[in-house]
Design a protein around this ligand. Structure first.
Ligand code: NAP
Length: 283
């Protein structure tokens, strides 16, 4: 069996196309804050800026010195919160080591109305309630939902096994799918007998950060594989958490890495900017 390739680009392009009229009308502006020079962050930000250009969304890359103090960083966040021209902003993670312990405070400092990454408690809490309240959901889980919709994979009644329980991917995608009538199992590093659970999955979502953790002998035939992982190998290649070559022979559908979930994360961020602008105008 050869799996259907769940390419992210056509799904992301379709979403961006749908956003264009609102972008033209509402003229939102996205600011991406980068602290320091993390190469992976630089590459993700480049993709976000490129996507903004492609859809005609105003954008700014606010690049701050790696040695910036905590106080100065919070001042910058305050300014963005108070700048009425800025619709939404994100602080690209990870932060340099001296600021890493303040990540929860940084997320908390972002005005929920401008929290287009959807990482803050207010937006996560709303997403928790029901699909109706997913106003600014976290971009990657929201992108996974978009990908499933695009390829007409209905999670209702399916057993979804999520590997990873981070606040930005694992936990929110589990809740978003639960709210779409999936039966969800969440697993993590302390899970006993992971394989007995992954073998039950109709849809398996891997968000771990360990190259090729999920292999063909861990799943049942016909499974849908959504690989969120982005891992840089020693030779500079980007690989997922799933062993694509063995899994594509047994899965019914599988995302590639790169080119699967990644483009949808970016497109979902654009959608959040549009939603944020609409809601700000209503207020
Ligand atoms: N494509 C995209 O747009 C996108 C967006 C975001 C992230 N990512 C990628 O997705 C991956 C995960 O990101 P994240 O931010 O969610 O990572 P994270 O915060 O490091 O969380 C990793 C999760 O994996 C679990 N885990 C670790 N080893 C495990 C094992 N052997 N078996 C089962 N679970 C295990 C951890 O369990 P504990 O909680 O017990 O430690 C944790 O819950 C990374 O590769 C990241 O680069 C991609």
């Amino acid at each position: 069996m050869s799996a259907l390739l769940l390419a992210g680009k056509p799904a992301a392009d379709a979403l961006l196309e749908r956003l264009k009229p609102d972008i033209k009308k509402l003229d939102p502006k996205l600011v991406v804050v980068q602290v320091g020079e993390d190469p992976a962050s630089s590459s993700y930000i480049k993709q976000k800026m490129k996507s903004c250009e492609a859809v005609g969304m105003r954008h700014e890359h606010l690049h701050l010195d790696a040695a910036i103090s905590k106080e100065k960083l919070f001042e910058e966040i305050d300014q963005l919160n108070n700048d009425s021209d800025v619709t939404g902003f994100i602080v690209q993670l990870p932060l340099p080591s001296h600021l890493q312990e303040f990540v929860p405070d940084v997320i908390k400092a972002i005005d929920p109305k401008k929290d287009v990454d959807g990482f803050g408690a207010y937006n996560l809490g709303k997403m928790f309630l029901s699909t109706e309240f997913e106003h600014l959901p976290p971009a990657t889980p929201s992108g996974i939902i978009e990908l499933l919709n695009f390829y007409k994979i209905d999670p209702a009644g399916k057993h979804v096994v999520v590997v990873g329980r981070s606040n930005i991917v694992g936990k929110p995608i589990a809740v978003m799918l639960l709210n779409r009538d999936a039966t969800v199992t969440i697993t993590h590093s302390k899970t006993k007998d992971l394989v007995s659970l992954t073998k039950q999955a109709d849809i398996l979502i891997a968000a771990v950060g360990k190259p090729h953790l999920i292999t063909a002998d861990m799943v049942k035939p016909g499974v849908v594989i959504i690989d969120v992982g982005m891992n840089r190998t020693e030779d500079g290649k980007l690989v997922g958490d799933c062993d694509f070559d063995s899994l594509e022979k047994i899965a019914s559908a599988i995302t590639p890495v790169p080119g699967g979930v990644g483009p949808l994360t970016v497109a979902s961020l654009m959608r959040n900017c549009v939603t944020a602008k609409k809601r700000q105008m209503e207020v």
